[in-house]
Write a new protein. Sequence first.
Length: 67
Amino acid sequence: MSDAALISHITALPENLKSEVADFVAFLEQKHRPEKKVKERQLGGLKGVFKMAPDFDEPLEEFKDYI
């Protein structure tokens, strides 16, 4: 079926059926839209970006009263 024939069929429809055709076209566009591929995460991707202080595990001075 050519585009012109399809358009003539659609224009001959009543308004309520035209809205159904529009909904169905939107459904078909969504159904056949290519899915975005999600990259798999790699372990250790940020290795070396963050550095911890050498005294990270030492108790904080603010808590000396409680220890």
